[in-house]
Write a protein that binds this ligand. Structure first.
Ligand code: NDP
Length: 480
């Protein structure tokens, strides 16, 4: 029997994607470096659909209908290159290799270019939703050639999450665009989680709201503009009681956040393409600081006085909780605005014509950042190119929302600073908004300083040209 697609790499993600494909009626050839995993999958789930067992890549390739589609789901990095190297001699022109792991987009661009030269299609696919999503419907962000999407697209759309019958899967752009969009998704996810953490910390530290009380607050917030998967699961985590101690689970979990690297990649790429993704970068740094436990302990001991950390809870009642909700929403909007801006900047850098409306639609189900907000974001970009907002904050709906949240946002950032509660994303998002909004920035002084020590020149507001002041001479101005 010819299989529709082959999957190599049958750890949790590959196994679940293979099962998802089979459950959707496709015949799936299975391969894993160690055959035991293949057999374990067949043993546990072989009756879920049509599977072909293979032991070698040659057998896998042999079992496929043409053009062949081989989905690689192995550990990101060198293993992907190793599998590609073994696959290439077995494939023919027009066959498609799909990498659905968390590969770094420069690797995907490199692999796509090399394989294109050999007449093969290489499709880097961003997949979000974890194990559960891979099995029941992830958000899928495919890159690669448009031609390969014609054959591959219908399959991916069928196994993707569905949002009101629309698949959360669409071709996003050539070569590494799929993995890039997935990376930015993860960057936004970092910021989304960090702002939730900041809201929790402020309500706990200043308003004295215990985790179980906050679970109710977040549940309530999930009926507002903030409605999203992450807000929903926050209430579940906060109300979880530790089996061992009976305390809130959140109080017995070590306060060092882990990271696998996609947030860091996003922040680095933001710097590279010149896009100020401050909310994402601050979220990555917040995790890094949380991991510096020894330094934190020493600093805690060294600076235990001087900050009013015991603010009277009476000052921070229900009005404060509503202020925090608004600060959270405004900061979240900034994180999305920055992430989407970054996509545009990367598109210009790498030659991708990314459609922000379509990308927002892919994130509406199946992935971690799914949120009602995405519908509004789609509306914001549902216009002819010249009428689209230059930045999400300039879309009418969001300009109104920011104006509505602004006084509360400022109060919350001020209270955080006043009482020593770190709120790096609330604060930096507000600074981003203020920087964009201001008529004049102190960058004029920066230019003056650069001209003073390095003759870097400056432009004037009142006439064309490039100028330099003779700082070490008579301080007259010359045209450079
Ligand atoms: P792992 O990342 O743990 O990788 C294990 C798999 O890779 C096994 O099948 C293993 O084979 C195979 N492998 C490792 N090295 C090689 C090699 N040199 N040659 C051939 N095969 C190799 O598996 P996961 O299922 O957790 O993740 C797969 C991919 O999906 C990764 O890129 C990961 O980052 C990504 N991922 C995505 C998530 C998401 O939400 N989108 C969530 C989790 C992961 P063997 O059994 O023989 O050791």
């Amino acid at each position: 029997m010819s299989a529709d697609i082959g999957v190599t790499g049958l750890a949790v993600m590959g196994a679940n994607l293979a099962r998802n494909l089979a459950r959707n009626g496709y015949t799936v050839s299975l391969h894993n470096r160690s055959v035991a995993r293949t057999d374990a999958l067949l043993e546990a789930h072989g009756d879920e659909g049509s599977f072909v067992r293979t032991e070698t890549l040659a057998e896998l390739v042999e079992s496929l209908e043409r053009p062949r589609r081989v989905l690689i789901m192995v550990k990101a990095g060198a293993p992907v290159d190793a599998v590609i190297e073994d696959l290439v001699p077995l494939l023919d022109e027009g066959d498609i290799i799909i990498d659905a792991g968390n590969s770094h987009y420069p690797d995907t661009r490199r692999r796509e270019e090399a394989l294109r030269a050999k007449g093969l299609h290489f499709v880097g696919v961003g997949v979000s939703g974890g194990e559960e999503g891979a099995l029941n419907g992830p958000s899928i962000m495919p890159g690669g050639s448009q031609e390969s999407y014609e054959t591959l697209g219908p399959m991916l759309e069928k196994i993707a999450a569905q949002y009101h019958d629309e698949p959360c899967c669409a071709w996003v752009g050539t070569d590494g665009a799929g993995h890039y969009v997935k990376m930015v998704h993860n960057g936004i996810e970092y910021a989304d989680m960090q702002v939730i953490g900041e809201a929790y910390d402020l309500m706990r530290s200043l308003a004295g709201l215990e985790p179980t009380a906050q679970a109710k607050v977040f549940r309530e917030w999930n009926t507002t503009d903030l409605a999203s998967y992450l807000i929903e699961i926050t209430s579940e985590v906060l109300e979880q009681e530790d089996e061992l101690t009976g305390r809130p689970l959140v109080d017995v979990v070590v306060d060092s956040a882990g990271q696998k690297g996609t947030g860091r990649w996003t922040a680095i790429s933001g710097l590279e393409v010149g896009s100020p993704v401050t909310a994402i970068a601050e979220s990555v740094f917040a995790r890094s600081i949380s991991s510096q436990r020894d330094l934190r302990a020493e600093t805690n001991a060294a600076f235990s006085s001087g900050i009013d950390e015991n603010a009277p809870a009476a000052e921070f009642g229900s009005d404060f909780v509503e202020d925090v909700r608004k600060a959270l929403y405004a900061s979240k909007l900034v994180a999305y605005a920055q992430g989407l801006d970054m996509l545009v900047a990367a598109g210009q850098e790498y030659g991708w014509d990314l459609d922000l409306k379509s990308i927002a639609s892919l994130w509406r189900a199946g992935c971690i950042i799914r949120a009602d907000l995405l519908d509004t974001i789609m509306k914001a970009y549902d216009a002819d190119a010249e009428d689209r907002p230059k930045n999400l904050l300039l879309a009418e709906e969001f300009t109104e929302a920011i104006n509505e949240c602004l006084p509360a946002w400022r109060r919350v950032v001020a209270a955080a600073a006043q009482h020593g509660v770190p709120a790096p994303v609330f604060a930096s998002s507000l600074a981003y908004y203020d920087s964009l909004r201001r008529d004049r920035l102190p960058a004029a002084l920066t230019q003056g300083l650069r001209d003073y020590f390095g003759a870097h020149t400056y432009e004037r507001v009142d006439k064309d040209g490039t100028f330099h002041t003779l700082w070490s001479g008579d301080r007259s101005e010359i045209e450079a």
